[in-house]
Write a protein that binds this ligand. Structure first.
Ligand code: 3H9
Length: 699
């Protein structure tokens, strides 16, 4: 037989089994060329009497990892026909075997479910992660999965989007056989065994049992877990539908809902985040040839909340840590917190009990910095005081071995100034973790003026090793995330001065999808922290501290949840914010003092004002070269500050609103518009276009 499939599919034969190999690296996404090749191969095999069965397998490192996400912006007629390809498989007159390795995800797994059989390597993973892109499985997944695993399990898998391993997938009936040894050989052997079995076991012909309780429970749960999101609601409706209609009807409805979800701003936002996160790892001037250091042992200075959390990242990754404190009491307290955190994880079943001790065994506590001589990376995590940090780095310079990376976890201070006290400023970098450092996924990697490429490349690699999303930023007060936070808080404060209540500001941000507004968040973190940072920044700039009603709240001794009172009251040790009459009085007196006549602000106006402020500060950060791309800013703000991924981060959100609208909002509130933002608005462009143009000019 001549090769009928010149596209992204390779065709071969093993006796009477036709093998279709998808060849679309790196992840065999279902791109244009894949459906054409598969369909042509199937058409040829259907009429060829010498073919008794078909095996579909992925070339390279994986089976199909899903529809090609980049094609979702194409006009419908140009989109690769995944649903049509699976329909062809479903109607195919001979057995089809999907041979799975790597990650069979989304449309890839749906294609496998459209085959008559599935075999997999022991380490393969299968799943339907579309919800993480604001989508739903749109190629039969919502209709086939409940027919195999039942409504409850199907909802668990599709709503979590978390892939499952081959063994649990086999136990669920999603995989027919696990192949030890060569996958293709095993798949062909399986195909021979089933070649004559009739009728063909088609999932679409099975019934799905109704489970109204599971449907109701899922509806309740997504209100909390996926607040404000569209696609999870569609998913529950469609899985329910699978139990009440013939396959074709449910499948048709799934197609309609998929397009609705795909065309929604929510999915555009989440798809933007998918690529933004991956783009952040690409730094102009660095490539695979940039040398990196192996980080085999880490030192952490400071066993407080931050130092302890930082240490845990490395212990979790199996990297030994030496942790240094100045007093035994502080060291003991820090160790105790780490132990308790691990024990709590084990109690919740998130960590095997034996792993608690294994991780603690990797930790060496000490009171002497001299014990850091064998560390490849040392991270300083003491309080924000330049003099203290300079002293530590001077001492570290004397103790650390040549080539060791010296990092500071400062969230505000000039990393270059800290580096300058050492004899090796090129080895110094900022690694800004976010609290709680063992949980938050963001790592701002602060490149100072003399940081070497190798130290930067090592830090980026390390961020992946410890499961963080590393984003490279430059030096300025607050770097990217905190600098934007300062501008946002300042604007929130002005909005309150002008008439909004703190709870209205928080409710607006909550409605946008942030888990907490600025005041609930400051109360939780400690109001005095921002106060001290502002005071220190003013001192550094040699200016008086700007007057702000929030600072007067702190001056009353109301430091947030920890003192039972901040912007809100927290009666009887509760963590639920309650509006405070005392703060209300304080705000009214403050307005009177400033001669401000309060006026109401609508929720939409508050959202527009605060998000415009974020984008405006972001635009300045971009202009100054502190961030490399607008998408990096989105990654930082989403992973570090709770901006909802389905809004795509503040820069993407501003582009969705239209940058002209954003400029008008800023002007309406008397704010100075960043020149870059004004220019893009005038040119009718988005921040994504700005990123794309810059990337082009750099190549
Ligand atoms: C879907 O299937 C809808 C259907 O239900 C219905 C349709 C009708 N498309 O992550 P990595 C790129 S929705 C396009 O660094 P890893 C990625 O951008 C889809 N490109 O590797 C990167 O490019 P670059 C459901 C994709 O080993 C490169 O591949 N599927 C896609 O760490 C390497 O990626 C998903 O949501 C794609 N689908 O992780 C799965 N996937 O080198 C999404 C990856 O230029 N993918 N790329 O930066 C993943 O979860 C991970 O990529 C995977 C590999 C686990 C596969």
């Amino acid at each position: 037989m001549t090769d009928p499939t010149p596209h992204l599919i390779r065709t071969s034969r093993d006796g009477d089994v036709l093998i279709l190999t998808i060849d679309n690296p790196p992840v065999n996404a279902f791109s244009p060329g894949v459906p054409e090749g598969l369909k042509a191969g199937l058409d040829a095999a259907a009429t060829d009497d010498t073919v008794r069965a078909v095996v579909i397998i992925g070339g390279g490192r994986t089976f199909i990892a899903g529809a090609d996400i980049r094609t979702f912006n194409l006009p419908r007629e140009q989109a690769p026909d995944l649903r049509g390809t699976i329909a062809k498989l479903d109607a195919f007159p001979k057995p089809t075997v999907a041979a799975l390795h790597g990650t069979a995800l989304g449309g890839g797994f749906e294609l496998a479910l459209g085959c008559t059989y599935r075999v997999a390597t022991p380490d393969a993973k299968v799943g339907l992660p579309e919800v993480k892109l604001g989508l739903l499985p749109g190629a039969g997944g919502t209709q086939r999965l409940p027919r195999v695993v039942g409504v409850k399990k199907a909802l668990d898998l599709i709503l979590s989007g978390t892939p499952v391993g081959a063994a649990p997938a086999r136990d669920l009936g999603l995989i027919d056989e696990i192949v030890e040894g060569d996958l293709l050989t095993g798949a062909v052997a399986f195909a021979w065994r089933v070649a004559d079995v009739r009728p063909l076991p088609r999932i679409s012909e099975r019934p799905a049992q109704p489970d109204p309780e599971a449907i109701e429970a899922a509806r309740q749960s997504i209100r909390k877990t996926h607040r404000g999101q569209l696609s999870p609601q569609f998913i529950v409706d469609l899985v329910d539908l699978a139990t009440r209609t013939p396959f074709n009807e449910g499948h048709a409805e799934e197609g309609v809902k998929f397009v609705q979800a795909k065309d929604s701003p929510q999915s555009r936002g989440m798809r933007h985040m998918f690529f933004a996160e991956r783009e952040a790892a690409k730094i102009p001037g660095l490539d695979k040839t940039t040398p990196t250091t192996d980080i085999r042992r880490v030192g952490v200075i400071g066993a407080g909340t931050m130092g302890g959390g930082i240490a845990m990242n490395f212990l979790n990754a199996g990297i030994p840590v030496t942790i240094v404190e100045t007093a035994q009491e502080n060291l003991d307290r820090g160790l105790n917190t780490i132990r308790k955190t691990y024990e709590a994880s084990a109690a919740k079943g998130r960590l095997k009990p034996e792993d608690v001790q294994k991780r603690l065994d990797l930790l060496t506590p000490t009171l002497s910095m001299n014990d850091l001589g064998d560390a490849d990376l040392i991270i300083e995590a003491v309080f924000e005081d330049m003099a203290v940090k300079k002293d530590i780095f001077t001492r570290l310079d004397a103790v650390a071995k040549p080539g060791a990376i010296l990092a500071t976890n400062t969230s505000t201070l000039d990393v270059g100034e800290i580096a300058a006290v050492t004899s090796r400023p090129e080895q110094v970098i900022g690694l800004h973790f976010f609290s709680p450092a063992n949980i938050m996924k963001l790592l701002e990697i602060v490149r100072a003026d003399r940081t070497s490429d190798s130290v930067l490349a090592t830090s980026l690699k390390l961020s992946r090793t410890i499961g963080k999303v590393g984003v490279v930023v430059g030096v300025c007060n607050g770097f990217v995330g905190n600098r934007m936070l300062y501008a946002y808080r300042e604007q929130a404060s002005k909005a309150v001065l002008e008439g909004a209540t703190p709870q209205a500001v928080d409710a607006a941000m909550n409605a946008l999808g942030l888990p907490m507004g600025p005041y609930a968040m400051s109360d939780m973190a400690g109001l005095d922290i921002g106060y001290m940072a502002r005071r220190a920044a003013a001192e550094r700039a040699g200016q008086p501290m700007p007057d702000d009603w929030v600072d007067r709240v702190v001056q009353l001794g109301r430091k947030g949840q920890k003192t039972g009172a901040g912007v809100y009251d927290y009666p009887d040790g509760s963590r639920t914010p309650v509006p405070s009459p005392a703060v209300d009085d304080l705000i009214q007196a403050y307005r009177a003092e400033k001669g401000v006549q309060p006026r109401e602000a609508t929720q939409d106006d508050l959202i527009a004002r605060l998000t415009a402020t974020l984008a405006n500060e972001g635009a300045r950060i971009l202009e100054e070269g502190i961030a490399l791309r607008a998408s990096d800013i989105d990654t930082i703000y989403t992973y570090g500050y709770g901006f909802p991924a389905y809004r795509g981060g503040p820069m993407h959100y501003a582009s969705e609103q239209g940058l002209t609208t954003v400029v008008q909002t800023l002007e309406r509130h008397g704010l100075e518009v960043a020149p870059l933002l004004r220019r893009l608005a005038q040119e009718g462009k988005t921040f994504a276009q700005y990123d794309a143009e810059r990337a082009k000019s750099q190549t």
